[in-house]
Design a protein around this ligand. Structure first.
Ligand SMILES: NC(=O)c1ccc[n+]([C@@H]2O[C@H](COP(=O)([O-])OP(=O)(O)OC[C@H]3O[C@@H](n4cnc5c(N)ncnc54)[C@H](O)[C@@H]3O)[C@@H](O)[C@H]2O)c1
Length: 218
């Protein structure tokens, strides 16, 4: 097991990628704190990981609220003694209209824009801000941002998402802590991945840029 003794805090861990990340961290021996708005789903993931021999704690977390982050970090330290890894995974995707289609920029309201920025950009800032002191106490740590290909290239109905996701990764490129920004394309959609293959050179160039900006935590 590669993460024995490590403590990880994952935002948006109640379902989707965050829940999968939690299971993977636990399988590798890490103690996992899941934070999410969704209490029922979060507690189910917590119970599943604990039942399979892992160590997991669910905490109610709204990533847009500073006090929630402070409590989540405090809960990680209180339960598991320390904090080594933060995964800023929580995020919201394209805003959908009444027809179920993504709302394009011209129809996006200011409130919808503010919400995207609050969750996808400010949420990452707050998580990072409040995790760093605990990681310093631990002697080091890693911060992983789950961004998106929408943070690299534009697309129909996701232009405003790109701004928030770019801000999220940009903020940490400038941060001296060890971090990684992951840019999922569209998970589980093989046809779409094929269609997006033309974007590969841009993605690879970006990944090289990120790798060159990685700095070990001092
Ligand atoms: N699935 C994809 O294809 C894809 C592609 C690109 C990027 N991403 C990114 O990956 C991350 C996870 O995506 P997913 O597909 O698992 O999405 P999802 O919607 O299944 O999960 C997101 C989780 O974040 C939580 N969340 C939302 N707002 C929150 C808030 N204010 N506070 C706390 N938790 C909150 C949700 O409750 C949910 O549990 C997101 O940041 C998303 O932007 C996903």
């Amino acid at each position: 097991m590669r993460l024995e003794g490590k403590v990880v805090l994952i935002s948006g861990g109640a379902r989707g990628q965050g829940a999968t990340e939690a299971r993977l961290f636990a399988r590798e021996g890490a103690k996992v704190v899941l934070g999410d708005l969704l209490e029922e789903e979060g507690k189910q993931v917590e119970a599943e990981i604990n039942a399979s021999g892992g160590a997991c704690l669910f905490v109610k977390l709204d990533v847009t609220k500073a006090e929630d982050w402070q409590q989540a970090v405090a809960a990680a330290v209180a339960r598991f003694g320390t904090l080594h890894v933060l995964v800023n995974n929580a995020g919201i995707g394209s805003t959908r209209g009444p027809d179920g289609e993504p709302v394009t920029m011209e129809h996006l309201t200011e409130e919808q824009w503010d919400r995207v920025m609050e969750v996808n950009a400010k949420g990452v800032f707050l998580g990072t801000k409040y995790a760093i002191p605990a990681m310093r106490q631990a002697g080091g740590g890693s911060i992983i941002n789950i961004s998106s290909i929408a943070g690299i290239v534009g697309g129909h109905g996701v232009a405003y998402l790109g701004a928030a996701l770019l801000a999220a990764r940009g903020g940490l490129v400038a941060n001296p802590f060890l971090f990684g920004a992951l840019q999922p394309v569209v998970l589980g959609t093989v046809v779409l991945l094929g269609a997006l293959a033309g974007l590969l050179p841009a993605v690879l160039a970006y990944r090289t840029e990120v790798a060159e900006n990685l700095a070990p935590l001092s």
